[in-house]
Design a protein around this ligand. Structure first.
Ligand code: SF4
Ligand code: SF4
Length: 163
C-alpha cells in the first residue's frame, strides 16, 4: 500500500472517535438525501484512490460468498462446487462462507484479482457506500474506518459538508 494511503489510514486512526461519533449521529438524524450524499462522498473518495495501489480489503478482509459466487468461481476453477468449498472456503462464526485464509488466495503477486470478472458480489460492492440504504450500513462503515482509506475520505467529505 502506498505511503499516501498509509497516511490516510493513520489520520483515520487518530480521528476514529470523532468520525465514529459523527457517523453514529447520521444514523440518528432524518436526512432524506443521505443515500445521495454517500454516493457523492464515495465518488469524491475514489477520485483520490486507486484500489490497485491499495489492496487492503483483499489482504486483510474476506468477502462473504453466496451460492451464486461459489457456483461462478467453481466454474472458473473447473471444480465442482463441493470441491471448491473444501479447497478454499470455511464457515465463519456467523455461519457465512468466507475464504479459508487472508490474503485472499485469488490475489495475484501484482496486486490484481485473478478472478476479477467472476469475483464475489461482496468484493464488487465493497465498501458499500454507493448502493443500498446507507442508514443501515453505518455500523459497517464505522468498522471499515479501520480498514479502507476510501471510507475515511468519504467520511471526511460528509463531515466537512456539515451534515
Ligand atoms: S476498496 Fe478500500 S480497502 Fe479495498 S482496495 Fe479500495 S481503497 Fe483499498
Ligand atoms: S476475490 Fe479478488 S477482489 Fe475478492 S478478495 Fe479475493 S482478490 Fe480481492
Amino acid at each position: 500500500m502506498s505511503n499516501r494511503y498509509e497516511e490516510i489510514m493513520e489520520r483515520g486512526r487518530r480521528k476514529q472517535a470523532v468520525y465514529t461519533s459523527f457517523l453514529k449521529s447520521l444514523k440518528k438524524k432524518r436526512i432524506p438525501q443521505l443515500d445521495a450524499m454517500f454516493i457523492k462522498a464515495n465518488d469524491s473518495a475514489f477520485q483520490h484512490i486507486n484500489c490497485l495501489s491499495c489492496g487492503r480489503c483483499c489482504s486483510h478482509l474476506g468477502p462473504k460468498l453466496n451460492d451464486k459466487d461459489i457456483n461462478r468461481l467453481s466454474k472458473t476453477q473447473r471444480m465442482k462446487p463441493v470441491r471448491f468449498i473444501d479447497s478454499y472456503l470455511r464457515r465463519d462464526e456467523d455461519g457465512d462462507m468466507v475464504f479459508q485464509s487472508m490474503p485472499c488466495v485469488f490475489l495475484g503477486a501484482d496486486g490484481l484479482c485473478l478472478v476479477y470478472t467472476d469475483r464475489p458480489t461482496a468484493c464488487r460492492d465493497y465498501p458499500h457506500m454507493d448502493s443500498g440504504r446507507q442508514k443501515n450500513r453505518i455500523p459497517v462503515h464505522i468498522e471499515n474506518l479501520l480498514h479502507c482509506p476510501a471510507v475515511i475520505l468519504a467520511t471526511e467529505y460528509l463531515y466537512s459538508a456539515g451534515m
